[in-house]
Design a protein around this ligand. Structure first.
Ligand code: SF4
Length: 616
């Protein structure tokens, strides 16, 4: 790929310096497109070049790299993804966060592969990208608005109702370290979120309320006829592999993970509850009694988003689109088994611009502290924060969004909150590298523990590797096996590395043959050339580049660890009763993982791997 015409890419990005009020359009170095593909890989490559280890998350020198991949916005199902890479205020290291909806597609269709935002505006501002025209505009009248209000106002401002808005809410403005960037609000439009890692607070630190994008130009496809034919041939495979997502969304996993004893409850203290409590949260109940509308990302027939409406009068106006993770974080993690509460709390998190996983997590964590007497009503302005108090979950979500009362402490994320509380609270903070764990019990399937520990952005089931399929749902390796988990996690991470870099959603990827032995026909039809390398190798390059960045930021083996509780307390009940990820088990898996990666046993990317993968 040299100067010949590009398909699937625009070949250019927007660079906006908010301090200097300067916007330039730059060519993307073409060798980077072949080596890193786009999206997460391309954003990491820019970050490696431009954000040194000394740069603080909230300093103007930190940057937001927002990138699409070659499939983003193309006529391919699942082609919705865009990625943000930045220095995280939650973890103080590199982070990456992705969102669907149609924001990425609109940036791409406006004529750009992405944008880099640097500096800090001297007053609240927003960026408008409408069909190639890029402007930075005044957002003083929008500052302070919640996400749903801001998005409606944005669309009126730009006068293009088909535009997509990616914006922050009050949480991002107030620099909450668990603030998100929300992509359209369900109820306004499609919905989606750059959730994890506090990317919304970085946007807030730049005085940037949001980005509005609209593009009417189709992404140019090298061989549209072959692509159309390929998709026609694979539509039945799409239905077969994503049917449950169409019906239930990611809520489908609530039932199966609970049955397998792999669903952590009440801040990882148990996996079983009495009576019919979990039945109230079944995916069938969710679908039949709460979901009012299916929500689809850009041109995606799967429509796995499930817009749900609470039934109780108090919450009836707080509809939202919870996913498996946020059903857990606002639900059983807090011992709440009530979709009215879960949907309402999720709505508030979205509307304040909070990561619903982290927000729900810190509430459940605080409930355990309350039950143990580490915090009391005096700390909580009178709030009765017992496990199971759904009203308190809703109230505290709002307080976190407002940075009010105890919510001000929780808005800092679990590590800083535990440090501020003291009194032994740190032991109960379940996180890796400062990022809160998600809805998987790693003691019940060991590969997940390794994935959380070695993920490029802290405890993440996506970037770290979603081993659920291979260990639990369609097991090809025993969930308690130690040998083989290092290789499994590495492969899962590398696959995710290339999926995130081509701009594809992971849910329909198998119907397009993007597996761990990919057949990249779709990519070839879009970009018009055969890749010289296997996609999994490119994914490995992306992962190793991220690790190189993390090494530069001080991350080594000492940081690739799980919380002490998960390595010392066995699961007390359920099918995985008695299992614990002891230091011996964990370190054996970690050694195998580093060996499989070709890194040193201290978790450092070796010179030989850098050479083999041709990374800087
Ligand atoms: S499968 Fe779901 S999340 Fe993925 S692009 Fe389609 S609608 Fe969006």
């Amino acid at each position: 790929m040299s100067s010949e015409k590009l398909y699937g890419y625009n070949g250019k990005i927007i660079r906006i310096n908010l301090s200097k009020k300067k916007t330039v359009i730059e060519e993307v170095p073409r060798p980077w497109l072949m080596k890193y593909l786009g999206g997460r890989g391309l954003a990491a490559r820019y970050y490696y070049e431009e954000v040194g280890p000394e740069i603080q998350p909230f300093s103007p020198e930190n940057k937001l790299f927002i990138m699409t991949g070659p499939l983003t916005g193309a006529k391919v199902w699942g082609s919705s993804k865009a990625h943000i890479v930045t220095k995280s205020p939650l973890t103080n290291i590199y982070t990456v966060s992705n969102a669907g909806g149609d924001f990425g597609a609109n940036v791409k269709r406006a004529g750009y592969d992405g944008l880099i935002i640097e500096g800090r505006a001297d007053k609240p501002s927003y960026i408008s990208i409408i069909d190639g025209e890029v402007t930075v505009r005044d957002a003083e009248s929008l500052w302070g608005l919640k996400v749903s209000e801001a998005q409606r106002a944005f669309l009126e401002e730009v006068g293009e109702e088909k535009a997509t808005v990616a914006c922050i809410g009050p949480a991002g403005e107030k620099l909450s370290r668990i603030a998100s960037v929300q992509v359209d609000f369900p109820g306004v439009r499609r919905g989606g979120s750059f959730g994890r890692g506090g990317v919304g607070a970085v946007m807030g630190s730049k005085n940037l309320k949001g980005i509005v994008a609209y593009g009417s130009k189709e992404v140019e496809i090298a061989d549209p006829d072959k692509l159309t034919e390929y998709l026609r041939m694979n539509i039945s495979l799409l239905k077969e592999t994503t049917g449950l997502h169409t019906k239930y969304g990611t809520a489908q996993y609530v039932d199966s993970l609970y049955e397998l004893g792999a669903y952590p409850l009440m801040n990882f203290t148990r996996t079983r509850v009495e009576g019919d409590l979990m039945a109230r949260l079944s995916s069938r109940v969710f679908r039949e009694e709460f979901v009012v509308r299916d929500v689809a990302c850009f041109r995606c027939p799967v429509a796995c988003g499930k817009y749900a409406k609470p039934r109780k009068d108090d919450y009836v106006n707080l509809a939202s689109k919870p996913e498996y993770e946020t059903i857990w974080s606002f639900g059983p993690h807090c011992s709440v088994f009530d979709y009215d509460i879960i949907v309402a709390a999720n709505h508030l998190a979205d509307d304040y611009g909070l990561d619903g996983i982290s927000a729900g997590y810190v509430i459940g964590f605080s409930m355990e502290l309350y039950e143990k007497g580490i915090i009391g009503k005096d700390d909580l302005d009178g709030l009765e924060l017992r496990f199971g108090n759904g009203e308190a979950v809703v109230e505290l979500t709002e307080e976190i969004g407002e940075r009010k009362n105890f919510g001000n402490i929780l808005a800092e994320g679990v590590v800083r909150a535990a440090q501020a509380i003291g009194r032994g609270a740190e032991y109960y903070a379940i996180h890796v590298k400062g990022m809160e764990l998600t809805a998987y019990e790693p003691r019940a399937f060991y590969g997940m523990g390794l994935a959380f520990a070695t993920s490029s952005r802290g405890a993440c089931h996506n970037v770290g590797g979603w081993t659920i399929r291979d260990e639990l749902l369609k097991p090809k390796i025993d969930r308690y096996a130690v040998k083989g988990k290092g290789i499994l996690v590495k492969t899962t991470q590398d696959v995710r590395g290339y999926i995130d870099s081509i701009g594809l959603c992971t849910i329909p990827r198998r119907s397009l043959n993007f597996t761990d032995a990919p057949k990249p026909d779709v990519l070839k039809y879009v970009i018009g050339m055969e890749l010289k390398e296997d996609l999994v190798t490119i994914g490995e390059r992306v992962y190793c580049l991220e690790r190189l960045i993390l090494n530069r930021e001080g991350i080594t083996r000492k940081d690739d660890m799980l919380p002490k509780r998960l390595m010392s307390e066995p699961i007390p009940d359920g099918p995985a009763k008695g299992h614990v990820l002891s230091p011996e088990i964990f370190n054996t898996m970690l050694d195998e993982y580093y060996d499989a990666r070709g890194w040193t046993r201290d978790g450092i990317v070796s010179q030989s791997i850098k050479l083999a993968l041709n990374i800087p």
